[in-house]
Design a protein around this ligand. Structure first.
Ligand code: GLU
Length: 445
């Protein structure tokens, strides 16, 4: 069997970190099994679905490296949903209902007031032909409900949650189509999963009750349900579902100079029994992907952890990986000297500026200026060498008797304008002898 997963966002907004995690897991599982990953745009809501979001979803997935093998849109399939609805009508598995939203609300309130669960009472199933004609004469249009089979308990073995059991009598017959003819999510999704050969539905545990209903839809449509894996939800550091997570997406990660590899490495592992590790390639993450390692407790998403992981990943990036994003003239040798100092890729420009200059040197005490004048002279006289820094500091130590910090710090400050930074031994050759002499001259003046 060829594995096929799908990621099914509604293009009514941007992807947030929770969606991204679901997309990633679907993609990873498909990759691990040599299967196919489908991007299905759930755009049945014509009013709220926007083309700009469709494009943003594609762009975000591409930036993360989660390219889809296939793309489908629900808005192109309305005829198919209609056709399947007709089959369900013929089989007596759907029925029209005429209650208004207010009437339904009132029913629920009464049930709750009596301490009963607010399950739809199926009053519409008892409507006579006359009552229906009367509603139609009033201009009322029906919405449609799927009739659950109360005689057949719903069970499945969830790849993450284990054995699941639902009593259909404790669920409301779901509305599948509204009065205005628009579709609710439930039935089109099941039809698509069947038609598109989806073998595994991987999604958040907020969909568990939907799965119970959809399993009966699969059977009513004459198909075996796919396998399901419902993952625990993502929570913020405060341990709650936070609004903040709902607004954190690729654009905010990019603004914070987070690499896609960091997001992938973190979201692949949080909520699982495997540790979060700084890896620049996705293959080792795919190799260890296993639903059995997913926990039932919510996965905690910590922005601080992401920033730290990002830094570690930046330190592992090879010149080839980042070449196109480096300032003009910055070569592999310069990258190797600079990268251990980076918090994120945004810092590159700052360090490259230290190499190319100009640097602004703090005011130095007179004795350091004297020392730097000697340094200038010493450097001027030094022969070209691979160990310019060692030769310079060695000669200066001998000439001035300085050692340790008083020897190194004024030099670093004069040459870089900073108190900290890359290993001077590696940095000085990048700055070059000419520029170094000019900086020492300025600082000692
Ligand atoms: N469009 C649905 C959602 O975003 C899809 C859920 C599913 O994966 O079936 O919640």
């Amino acid at each position: 069997m060829t594995i096929k997963t799908r990621f099914a966002p509604s293009p009514t907004g941007h992807l947030h970190v929770g969606n991204i995690r679901t997309a990633l897991h679907n993609w990873m599982f498909a990759k691990k099994e040599g299967g196919t990953f489908l991007l299905r745009l759930d755009d049945t809501d014509a009013e709220r679905s926007k083309e700009e979001y469709v494009e943003a979803i594609r762009a975000d997935l591409a930036w993360l490296g989660l390219t889809a093998d296939e793309e489908q849109r629900q808005s192109a399939r309305f005829d198919r949903y209609e056709e399947q609805l007709e089959k369900l009508k013929a089989a007596g598995r759907v029925y029209p209902a005429y209650e208004t939203a207010q009437e339904l609300d009132l029913k629920r309130k009464i049930q709750l007031g009596r301490g009963k669960p607010p399950i739809y009472d199926r009053a519409a199933m008892d409507l006579t032909a006359e009552q229906i004609s009367a509603f139609e004469a009033e201009g009322r249009k029906p919405h449609w409900r799927f009739q659950l089979d109360h005689a057949t308990p719903i069970t499945w073995t969830d790849r993450i949650r284990g054995d699941q059991h639902f009593d259909p009598a404790l669920l409301s017959d779901p509305v599948i189509r509204r009065e205005d003819g628009s579709w609710l999510y439930m039935l089109p999704s099941a039809i698509d999963d069947i038609d598109m050969g989806i073998t595994h539905v991987v999604r958040g545990e907020d969909h568990v009750a939907n799965t119970a209903v959809q399993i009966q839809m699969f059977h009513a449509l004459g198909a075996e349900p796919p396998e399901f894996a419902h993952e625990a939800l993502l929570v913020g550091t405060e341990g709650k579902l936070s609004k903040r997570l709902g607004s954190l997406g690729v654009s905010s990660f990019r603004e914070k100079h987070i690499e896609p590899q960091a997001i992938v490495a973190l979201l692949a592992r949080i909520g699982t029994s495997d540790p979060v590790e700084p890896v620049t390639e996705v293959e080792p993450l795919i190799a260890t992907f296993d639903f059995a390692r997913f926990g039932r407790a919510p996965a905690r998403f910590d922005e601080e952890e992401l920033a730290q992981l990002n830094q570690k990943i930046v330190h592992l990036l090879e010149y080839q990986d980042v070449k196109s994003r480096l300032p003009d003239g910055m070569d592999a040798a310069a990258w190797d000297v600079i990268r251990p100092n980076l918090h994120d890729m945004h810092d590159v420009d700052q360090w490259w500026q230290v190499v190319t200059g100009p640097v602004s040197v703090p005011d130095m005490p007179a004795e350091d200026r004297e020392f730097l004048a000697i340094a200038h002279k010493t450097l001027e006289e030094l022969e070209a060498s691979d160990d310019l820094w060692k030769d310079l500091t060695g000669a200066l130590k001998e000439a001035t008797g300085r050692k340790g910090k008083p020897l190194f710090m004024p030099l670093r400050q004069a040459l870089t304008g900073l108190d900290h930074g890359p290993d001077m031994n590696a940095l000085l050759p990048l700055i070059g002898k000419e520029a170094a002499l000019a900086r020492l001259a300025t600082a000692s003046a």
